[in-house]
Design a binder for this molecule. Sequence first.
Ligand code: NAD
Length: 503
Amino acid sequence: MSKAAENKARALEFVSRFQAGIPNIIKGEKAFALSGKTFETLNPSDNSVICKVAASDAADIEKAAQAAHAAFPDWRAMPAKKRKTILHRVADLIEEHAEEIALLEVLDTGQTIHFMKSAAIRGAENFRFFADRCESARDGLSLPTEGFLNYTLRQPIGPVGVITPWNTPFMLSTWKIAPALAAGCTVVHKPAEFSPITAQRLHELMHEAGIPAGVVNLVNGFGETAGKALTEHPLIKAVAFVGESATGSLIMAQGAPTLKRVHFELGGKNPVIVFADADLERALDAVVFMIYSLNGERCTSSSRVLVQESIYEDFCAKIAERAKNIKVGDPFDPATEVGPLIHPSHMEKVCSYFDKARADGATIAAGGEALSGEGNFVKATLFTHARTHMRIAQEEIFGPVLSAIPFKDETEALEIANDVAYGLTGYIWTRDVTRTHRLSEALEAGMIWVNSPNVRHLPTPFGGMKASGIGRDGGDYSFDFYMETKNIAIATGEQKITKMGAG
Ligand code: NAD
């Protein structure tokens, strides 16, 4: 049996326990939606049904929000050392089940095993990182002044809603849930309807690790029903959301009547700027990796490559050569580099840009078509001679599709880079140190990498500007969102008090 066939057989074996479907987990108990409704999750490789999933609505969210509300006082009061031990135990269990999580992720999302084999490990790291911060999460500042000692405390905000997308669901769910739990918040989680399976395993493992019933609750369903109800629920104090910018706007409006605090990690149209003086071999590797890895379904992907005119033709020819060589196919095959896109509707959206590129005057230098046969497979695609006003240079395509735009000098590169609604990441390739600082400051993006692809360091702030998000995650930044900061002022002397009503 080939390794690909063996991987697929193992995935099917792991998923067979969900034959009866994927339920919700509320107050530690598994149950289907109160309405009895379900939907189907599909295998992107052939669009066959993997299993049914609970299609929840406001009634299920009500149950989950009540459970999270009831569990909050005890979880908040639990000694931080004990919370830390439990969160480390979650990380241990994730590591023990790393192979299963990776294979289920491949089956449900179409992401390749090549990249998913580390998905569980990354998820475990998130839990370990925030487990170690349980004890310092509440630390504040001492701000003495004349006649007063001011000090600040941080306190968990309460039950929070976590809403996650379908692209790398396991890693992203841990990324949001681990800091919420470390802060002392309780959680209602609504995973994306296109890929709900690994969230089920994550919640099972969190309970197995000893997280008390009601502290984390899983509610499956569609965004317009379950998601919307979660963002509107008065007991939910904040919503951490990862997904499209348009959905972020909806959530902000839905949360407005209850004054929800929101944290948004949204879309991107990130530039990678390649100057003629760069280490071009390494820049080429990074450009190719940052757009075609994870099927291009990656918020931080460098989906616009801005190349200096003097090297444009040559550099683009090299990208095209690499793109044509990229192995698109069975995501269970360890040699596969790009797997199928999540859903036929998403594939249709991605493929619609091939005609838009032609209509707007760009050249298709590689790919530009779907693979024949079943499944949502699209060839690694490069558009050359793209210009900043074109739709392929402005809109988030979220597939293995790269638009290459020429620029004359640094001024023009900056202008093009900032000429989009988004502002998540920027990548700069040059050997000119002064320019790296100048450009890094001027680029409208929350995160910049210089002479490097995206490498995540957990204490650093993660998040976007403009339409790419609100707020930052990572390290202490996560606690700013999941906690309230309170100031306490103690008079150390006799403060002057104006007497009133004393005659
Ligand atoms: P999406 O916005 O369609 O859905 C995300 C989640 O929101 C899903 O769980 C969905 O059910 C829910 N949802 C939809 N409508 C809702 C509503 N009205 N109220 C409440 N919840 C609702 O996004 P997607 O297509 O699943 O994911 C892809 C998007 O996510 C891309 O734009 C990508 O850039 C973005 N993303 C951003 C980051 C980041 O860190 N910035 C990371 C990963 C993905």
